[in-house]
Design a protein around this ligand. Structure first.
Ligand code: PAF
Length: 298
């Protein structure tokens, strides 16, 4: 089974390193420069203060080799997906696809592709990219995965073989799974980005905790089908499990990169708007992050 990983960000590099220990794997990057850097130097993974180098085969995303993959793990940010659609459209119907995005915008993308076996997954590991071919693993947890279309059997060998080193946990309901992750991103990402705090501080600082509750209340009002009690517990579990981490939104801001605020908060704002629900706290944090994006990029 040949596995491709599309996207050279923190999560793409991390998945490529882990998967390449068990399967023939290729990392597909946006730029030829990053593919060359990864091929030449390998990927440096720093974990618990110790660095280790892993050799990884890397190619730019346009490479014909992508068509030979049995499974493609798509580790692009939500805002990078539109540019990748033509590439995904050229892949065979038999290529199984796993989408790892935050937010919900990729649901439409998954629906319009022709591939028979499509899966959505949500990542609970904490990883930072520190260079073109360098990452730091801040905390290991798991990847949740659910069938969007097709059958679990298409990738059961992959899931089984990865079980001990890098667990994937099957979930029955893709929509619930994505909403659960969205709620965590809606609460954790903008607050940590604005407050320059770790995820854990949202639990330990009582003022930040109040803000987190307020944001969650608005989220739950927009998605009334979401089970509020279970959802709030899950956010606290994620804050606890990743307590020492910077959220991806804070890391993106610090690195002067665009954030996923539109895919995360923007999506909730548009759902709230469609249903005439007032979400003043979400409006506020949305504009604060947009403003910070501008100042950090300058
Ligand atoms: O985007 C992130 O940083 C992560 O998805 C999460 C779960 C909020 C933990 O930092």
């Amino acid at each position: 089974m040949k596995i491709g990983i599309m996207g050279g960000g923190a999560i793409g590099l991390f998945f490529a390193v882990e998967i390449a220990q068990e399967f023939p794997a290729v990392l597909f990057t946006k730029t030829i420069e990053q593919a060359n850097a990864v091929t030449a130097q390998g990927v440096e993974v720093r974990e618990k203060g110790k660095p280790a180098i892993y050799s990884i085969q890397a190619k730019p995303s346009e490479d014909a080799l992508m068509k030979e993959m049995d499974l493609l793990v798509i580790a692009l940010k939500q805002y990078q997906l539109p540019a990748a659609i033509p590439i995904l459209e050229r892949l065979p119907k038999e290529t199984a696809l796993i989408f790892l995005q935050n937010g919900m915008g990729h649901v439409e993308v998954m629906d319009c592709l022709k591939q028979k076996n499509v899966f959505a997954a949500t990542v609970e590991h904490g990883v930072l990219r520190t260079g073109a071919a360098q990452i730091e693993v801040k905390g290991r947890s798991r990847t949740n995965i659910a069938v969007v279309r097709g059958s679990r059997n298409a990738i059961s060998r992959f899931i089984e073989k990865m079980r001990d080193r890098f667990p994937f946990v099957w979930r029955d309901d893709a929509k619930w799974m994505l909403l659960e992750k969205l709620s965590a991103n809606v609460v954790i990402n903008p607050l940590t980005a604005i407050l320059n705090s770790t995820n854990g501080e949202l639990l330990t600082n009582k003022h930040y905790f109040r803000l987190a509750q307020e944001i969650f209340k608005e989220f739950a009002a927009v998605f009334s089908e979401y089970e509020t009690e279970k959802g709030w517990e899950s956010i606290q579990r994620i804050c606890q499990a990743t307590s020492g981490n910077c959220s991806s939104m804070l890391s993106d801001l610090k690195a002067g990169r665009p954030t996923e605020v539109d895919a995360i908060i923007g999506f909730v704002l548009s759902e709230a708007d469609k249903n005439g629900i007032a979400v003043p706290a979400l409006q506020t944090v949305y504009h604060m992050v947009k403003g910070l994006e501008k100042t950090h990029a300058e």
